[in-house]
Design a protein around this ligand. Structure first.
Ligand SMILES: Nc1nc2c(ncn2[C@@H]2O[C@H](COP(=O)(O)OP(=O)(O)OP(=O)(O)O)[C@@H](O)[C@H]2O)c(=O)[nH]1
Ligand SMILES: [Mg+2]
Length: 667
């Protein structure tokens, strides 16, 4: 594969992303070192092991999704070719005039699979099952193996994304395809009652490109109409993408349909358009050979500010480019043409905004999780240390004393142990209430009840004759879910209060070092849910009062997607609630066990001295050694924490240098 040397200073999106991946793996390696240390020092329990495992997994599979959206023929596929695939020396994704990309096409790398192209047949749209769910059923997909060494064969295989077929209008309607297409010329509507539709509903290209290997996911979408009919894109894919590039062409400006795509699918509230970019493509059409560079530059600048104005996005997020000339320039290594295409500028903007933002997010969550684990380790060691110190003080006070004093001390420790055991009984009782509340919580968040509710809604929808009844059925569903989330939130509050009281009691009465349970709320999920609900309401505003059969089909599909999104929100909420419940109860149980062991040891120590099994000095000597070990361990935790913090704080620059060096070495 030929690598292109970019001018120095202009870190390409590719390099920047590599730097970010290198940073992630450095962070992961430090966390793995912490885990090894815990294991070597026998400080790891199942809970901690699980949490570190999840943390590492998350750092490893972290994905960055960039979606390309536009009306047809604006140059989405060409821009993807230019940014990511110029190294192949040719146009990999099909790009041509007229409708080219017929189905949403995802480019990614999953090392579990061989390089391949997977295609979901359009017929699956008759099922009301979303693409995401179909991904769990590999047998539903046509698989075309890819020979990644053979660029010619790749180009040939990728032609699949443009394949269409002719079917009777009735069949197209059955797939929910015809409604949106009816008004469009692109429908391929013919007098013979046949209509042209895509053969595939979705394509996934599994491809070991260096960037995809590091977790980049690229989504190429077909022009306008497909977005309208695949609600999943609107409800799930686009809102969850880290960046969306909306592409216009300089020769068509902001057409009515461009504005429609933008308003319906991409426009966000002012100030919330982070990760939204508008790219004005095809600036090479202005290079007429008559006007000066300045004149052309002026015209482009005018267009950009006009576009920013019309679409209400900050001007920094509106860029001009020539995808086609950028691709050619990269392939022919023509630096002048590359600069003129403005592709490096676009890549620079993307990489300098997108990646640091994403990195900051990963940094924040990793720091939070690691901090939690480290503070658990620290508090165990500190609890042990204070136990040892207490014992040492006790034993030292026995030096030169008679047996009576030893007996008195034994009584004292025994009393303390009994007192603690009474406290323990109270803890067990609380633990019982905790379990009950947990059960209640999971009835509110239960998947079964949710599925039942969506099944009932779908049934009610099928019987609807008017938009009003249809709306009623769906509103009922959303209200029901909201109520459940609210009830779950209330139970979480109750658990929190109860545990706080328990934490306080144990710290005050028994001197346990507990910092209180971490607060938790479902707020994030409620917000996500509200976003879904808003999208659903918007969808209804476009329906008339009368319900045709096609409209019903479309709405059912829309509902199924919405419901499957709600399911996903629920699944995440469930997982996080479980993790929180464990995080609330586990440190407390651990400290209690630790405290119990110490009390037992103290009693045992005094007893042995009383029975003259050990000499006092031997015992003191042993304990002093334990103290030294604990101090060493605390020191090591301190160093581990510092080291993790140091790599977390790094921006990707040092590793970016490393990535560059690797690239240079490879070239
Ligand atoms: N002059 C010029 N033409 C371009 C440029 N980028 C793309 N094109 C042309 O525009 C046409 C459409 O490009 P595609 O990449 O297929 O556009 P698309 O947005 O993927 O279109 P669909 O897949 O149909 O939705 C092709 O003929 C390209 O060669 C550019 O920068 N300059
Ligand atoms: Mg395309």
């Amino acid at each position: 594969m030929k690598m292109l040397n970019l001018p120095p200073g202009a870190a390409s999106l590719a390099e920047r992303f590599q730097g970010y991946s290198a940073w992630r793996s450095t962070v992961a390696s430090r966390i793995a070192a912490y885990r090894r240390w815990l294991q070597e020092n026998e400080l790891v329990d199942a809970q901690t092991e699980l949490r570190i495992g999840q943390l590492l997994e998350r750092l490893g599979e972290d994905k960055l999704t960039i979606a390309f959206v536009a009306e047809l023929s604006r140059g989405k596929s060409e821009l993807i070719n230019a940014i990511f695939f110029a190294d192949y020396g040719r146009r990999l994704l099909p790009s041509s005039s007229g409708r080219t990309t017929m189905c949403p096409t995802e480019l990614q790398w999953d090392a579990q699979l061989a390089p391949c192209l997977r295609l979901l047949p359009i017929e699956t749209r008759a099922t009301n099952v979303t693409t995401t769910e179909f991904k769990k059923f590999p047998e539903e997909w046509r698989v075309v193996p890819l020979d990644v060494g053979d660029a010619e064969a790749l180009v040939e295989a990728f032609q699949q994304v443009r394949v269409t077929k002719r079917v009777p209008i009735e069949e197209a309607k059955h797939y929910g395809m015809f409604l949106q297409h009816a008004s469009s010329q692109a429908a391929g509507f013919a007098a013979d009652g046949m209509v042209e539709i895509p053969s595939w509903r979705h394509a996934v290209i599994n491809f070991p490109h260096p960037l995809l290997e590091q977790g980049l996911v690229i989504l190429d979408t077909p022009g306008l109409n497909a977005i309208g009919t695949e609600p999943e894109l609107t409800l799930n894919v686009l809102p969850n993408a880290h960046a969306v590039l909306f592409i216009l062409a300089v020769d068509t400006g902001v057409s009515k349909t461009d504005a429609q795509v933008w308003n319906d699918y991409l426009a966000t509230a002012p100030g919330r358009n982070k990760g939204r970019y508008v790219v004005v493509n095809k600036i090479d059409t202005l290079w007429d050979g008559l006007r000066t560079e300045e004149e052309i530059g002026g015209e482009i600048a005018g267009q950009l500010s006009f576009v920013a104005d019309v679409l209400r996005v900050p001007t920094e997020q509106v860029l001009a480019v020539s995808a086609q000339k950028g691709l050619v320039a990269k392939i022919t290594e023509d630096h002048l043409l590359l600069a003129r295409s403005r592709l490096p500028e676009l890549e620079h903007t993307l990489s300098s905004q997108l990646i640091p933002g994403k990195q900051a997010l990963v940094r924040e969550t990793t720091r939070h999780d690691v901090g939690d684990l480290l503070s658990n380790t620290r508090s165990i060691l500190e609890a042990r240390l204070s136990g040892v110190l207490e014992q040492l003080a006790e034993l030292r006070s026995l030096r030169g004393k008679n047996l009576d004093v030893v007996e008195e001390m034994m009584r004292k420790v025994r009393a303390e142990k009994e007192e603690f055991e009474r406290g323990l009984a109270r803890f067990q009782a609380t633990r019982g209430v905790f379990s009950q509340l947990t059960n209640t919580l999971f009835t509110h968040l239960g998947m079964d009840a949710l599925n039942e509710q969506s099944r009932r809604t779908l049934k009610a929808m099928t019987r609807s004759r008017f938009t009003r009844t249809l709306r009623g059925a769906m509103t009922g569903y959303f209200d029901g879910v909201r109520e459940k989330l609210e009830q779950a939130g209330a139970v979480i509050g109750e658990i929190q209060q109860m545990m706080e009281a328990m934490y306080r009691k144990f710290s005050v009465q028994h001197g346990l070092r507990l910092t209180g349970p971490q607060p938790f709320s479902l707020f994030r999920y409620q917000r996500e849910f509200e976003r879904l609900e808003r999208t659903y309401r918007r969808q209804f505003d476009t329906l008339g009062a009368m319900l045709t059969h096609e409209k019903l089909t479309v709405m059912q599909r829309f509902f199924e997607t919405a419901a499957s999104q709600v399911r996903r929100v629920y699944q995440y909420a469930n997982r996080e609630v479980e993790a929180w419940l464990r995080a609330v109860i586990a440190p407390m149980e651990m400290q209690i066990r630790e405290h119990q062991t110490q009390l037992r040891r103290r009693l045992e120590s005094v007893r042995r001295i009383h029975h003259a099994t050990d000499t006092l000095e031997d015992r003191i000597g042993e304990l002093e050694q334990v103290e030294t070990t604990l101090l060493h361990q605390l020191d090591a935790v301190h160093h581990l924490a510092n080291e993790i913090e140091r790599v977390l704080e790094m921006d990707e620059a040092p590793s970016l240098e490393a990535a560059r060096a690797t690239r240079r070495a490879a070239a």
